[in-house]
Design a protein around this ligand. Structure first.
Ligand SMILES: *[C@@H]1O[C@H](CO)[C@@H](O)[C@H](O)[C@H]1NC(C)=O
Ligand SMILES: *[C@@H]1O[C@H](CO)[C@@H](O)[C@H](O)[C@H]1NC(C)=O
Length: 393
């Protein structure tokens, strides 16, 4: 999705950081149990700064009531309850040696079981996936209480699935999987090509909620949403050190992606990011109350008539970077001025500007869409405060 012209500063520094930061993240484990607590010990000093966190985080018995999280998705991913109806499955083994008959206790064994499952962890762990991890429907991965890192190997593949929650993971340094024979369902093993090297790839899937995860430095994208996937929320996540971060709609030749609907809420887009925060083709993205503190080329891009509604975000342009928040790909203004890209109540700082186009009365057209009501943009640092705490990088 490169534009042929425009602003593209060089990124050497970020790439250097990209290899250093994630490595040091991995060394934080021993303190994890002592320090990671979703709330204060006796619930005193409990903090939940935004409506999604308020839904579960101040329950002092959160660890006994983990499934309460299943009622907390908002925006297009609302109603996603993952493994709520299933039993708990405790991952107690970080290995991933056998991708055809995975060992009980591994994450791969858990995500392939046919029934709904609420997957938790026995302790902090580093998981290096030898091949892409192919999900099945109705799963929650719940990393709360521990530091669970997925890094140095392949990423997650959600294809032809629905109803998945991914919460509380650190994903970074994701590389391509070589492909080969991989189990993709409890009763199916097939030959797979190389995986792309996205941290999370969502393909023809719906009802997905990614919350409180941190992402950095992967071979391809951080999160790709393609092939008519829809009803997805990405919230409370921390993104750093990556060039092309979030791609929604992979090609100009897939108008089926008009169905694509994504909410981005309460995320922090931080150090070392260049572009695609996100880039959307065809579909509808609601960008609400996010904190953008660094982008080098552009923050929000799009093509093919994508609709972008930006409300109550804080955009702080970095010194020496491009100041324009938006970027339209490869078409003249006579075409893109019909695309609905609106900025309402955004706080634009240090020279940042958002180039609007299209229908100012969009709200009438999209009546009934589950849009999270925007809070004032000046409150965004507070609304996203725990993202930085939980991400620790
Ligand atoms: C790990 O979990 C698996 C699957 O639930 C179980 O069969 C196994 O006994 C567990 N191992 C340990 C050491 O707890
Ligand atoms: C997406 O959500 C809408 C509204 O809740 C629903 O009507 C539609 O069927 C969902 N689409 C898919 C593919 O789940």
């Amino acid at each position: 999705m490169e534009g042929s012209r425009g602003c593209n500063p060089v990124l050497v520094l970020c790439l250097v950081f990209a290899t250093i930061v994630p490595l040091s993240m991995a060394n934080n484990h021993n303190t994890a149990l002592a320090t990671i607590r979703p709330h204060g010990k006796k619930n005193r000093g409990c903090v939940a700064y935004n409506p999604i966190d308020k839904c579960w985080r101040c329950d002092r018995h959160w660890a006994k009531n983990r499934k309460r999280l299943a009622n907390c998705a908002k925006g297009f991913g609302h109603g996603t309850n993952g493994g709520k109806k299933g039993r708990f499955y405790v991952v107690n083994d970080s290995s991933d040696k056998n991708v055809i008959s995975p060992k009980p206790g591994t994450l791969r064994h858990a995500v392939l079981l046919p029934e709904p499952l609420w997957i938790i962890f026995s302790g902090s762990m580093d998981i290096r996936l030898t091949q892409e991890l192919i999900f099945t429907s109705h799963k929650t991965i719940d990393g709360r209480g521990f530091e669970v890192h997925v890094s140095g190997g392949a990423g997650f593949m959600l294809q032809f699935v629905r109803n998945v929650i991914i919460h509380g993971l650190h994903m970074y340094d994701i590389v391509e999987g070589s492909g080969g024979m991989i189990r993709s369902k409890h009763d199916h093993v097939g030959i797979r090509g190389r995986s792309d090297g996205d941290a999370i790839s969502i393909f023809r899937s719906s009802q997905i909620w990614v919350d409180h995860c941190s992402f950095a430095n992967s071979y391809d994208g951080l999160i790709d949403i393609v092939a008519a996937s829809t009803n997805i929320t990405i919230s409370n996540c921390h993104f750093v050190q990556h060039d092309k971060a979030l791609l929604f709609g992979a090609s100009d030749k897939t108008p089926e992606d008009k169905i694509l609907k994504v909410t981005l809420a309460y995320n922090h887009f931080g150090k070392g990011l260049t572009q695609r925060l996100p880039a959307m083709r065809f579909g509808f993205v609601h960008v609400v109350n996010n904190d953008y503190t660094e982008w080098h080329s552009y923050a929000i891009g799009g093509a093919d008539g994508a609709t972008i509604i930006s409300q109550g975000n804080r955009f702080v342009a970095a010194d020496g970077a491009c100041k324009e928040v938006t970027k339209r790909m490869l078409v003249p203004e006579s075409i893109w001025r019909k695309w609905t890209w609106r900025s309402e109540g955004d706080l634009l700082l240090n020279g940042a500007y958002f180039r609007e186009s299209g229908n100012p009365h969009w709200a009438k057209t999209y009546k009934g869409y589950p849009l999270i009501p925007a809070l004032p943009a000046k409150d965004v640092p507070r609304l996203t405060k725990l993202v930085r705490v939980d991400a620790r990088c």
